[in-house]
Design a binder for this molecule. Structure first.
Ligand code: ADP
Ligand code: MG
Length: 316
């Protein structure tokens, strides 16, 4: 469904280059749910934006992005517009910003259907009612304005919008981060049910590994713009960073650990000034002297698992 091959994204700013994403290769199979984890600033949203070419002009992209086998980077503008929403759609963090405050939510959910001429006005109205029901909202909510809904309800509306044109892939960037714990659990259950019942592929992004493990088949962990580990969500992490990250978020969506990730001292590095060798070495509890000088590549590290750490035994 989705294949990233050596994706790098650099923001070119007056003050210097920001290497936000560095040589990331990752795939999402048809019907698969993949989670992308990493602390704030690790490059997750940059990846999400690059998938549908939503990056600002300052961003320079290298590598390949294949969506259903089609090269997104080479797509003409008209094709790209059709692909946005109808093949793949994005659910962003903080539904407030994704919704127009002065338009009724029914109109906003119907918009992609009408823009892509997938429905008449009457068909769009009944599709909106159906979509609202799918995300657990009554059909009369179509007449509401965003401010008349709670945060969780607004995020459900965003999910309904993402589903409107029946995409094959949904990219969800921190879809539950702004919600409180109870509502977060409900929205996660909804996402899980919807992708299973519609056979949709999912790339879900979060700083919270427990949230991802709850929904996804496979997990990928990023640090300083690079993948440091990929593997099935039901087997144990090997990389010291992934282990620290998973220990930092022991329970699903714990807001306290978001503010102060437990057991993870220090801050992630500035992508315009990365440490040499393994970028994680200054914070790594088990780093060797050589880790500050010797770069590491992802290598096989168990069944369907890859890790970029010299201390993780290479398997074949
Ligand atoms: P995440 O989603 O994992 O928090 P981002 O992809 O948002 O990470 O950011 C990765 C890095 O790129 C950060 O250092 C961030 O400051 C930088 N960055 C993100 N967007 C821009 C931008 N539009 N211009 C310049 N730098 C950016
Ligand atoms: Mg982000």
């Amino acid at each position: 469904m989705l294949e990233l091959d050596g994706l790098s994204v650099t923001y070119r700013l007056a003050g210097g280059d920001v290497h936000a994403v560095r040589d990331v290769s990752l795939s999402v199979a048809v019907g698969e749910a993949v989670g992308l984890a990493g602390e704030s600033g690790s490059g997750k949203s940059t990846i999400a934006l690059s998938l549908l070419r939503l990056l600002p002009r300052t961003a320079q992209l290298e590598g390949r992005i294949l969506l259903g086998g089609e090269d997104v980077v080479a797509m003409k503008w008209g094709r790209l517009r059709a692909v946005r929403w109808s093949s793949a759609s994005i659910v962003f963090q903080g539904a407030q910003h994704g919704l127009n405050p002065v338009r009724r939510i029914g109109e906003q959910i119907a918009e992609p259907l009408l823009v892509h001429r997938l429905a008449s006005a009457a068909e769009a109205r009944s599709r909106v009612a159906e979509l609202l029901e799918q995300v657990g909202l009554p059909a009369w909510r179509a007449r509401s304005y965003p401010h008349e809904l709670s945060g969780g309800q607004r995020q459900r509306v965003m999910i309904a919008m993402a589903l409107a044109c029946s995409p094959q892939l949904i990219i969800a960037d921190e879809p539950t981060t702004a919600l409180d714990l109870m509502v977060q659990a409900q929205v996660l259950t909804l996402i899980r049910q919807l992708i299973a019942s519609h056979g949709i592929s999912l790339l879900m992004i979060s700083h919270d590994l427990s949230v991802l493990a709850d929904v996804c088949d496979r997990l990928a962990v990023m640090y300083a713009g690079r993948l440091v580990e990929t593997g099935p969500s039901d087997s144990a992490f090997q990389h010291p960073y992934s282990k620290a990250l998973s220990a930092a978020f022991p329970t699903v969506g714990d807001p306290a650990s978001r503010l102060a990730p437990r057991g993870l001292a220090g801050d992630p590095p500035d992508p315009s000034d990365l440490p040499g060798g393994c970028a994680f070495h200054p914070r790594c509890p088990v780093a060797l002297d050589s880790c500050s000088t010797t770069p590491v590549e992802l290598h096989p590290a168990g069944p369907d698992r890859h890790a970029a750490c010299v201390l993780v035994e290479e398997t074949c």
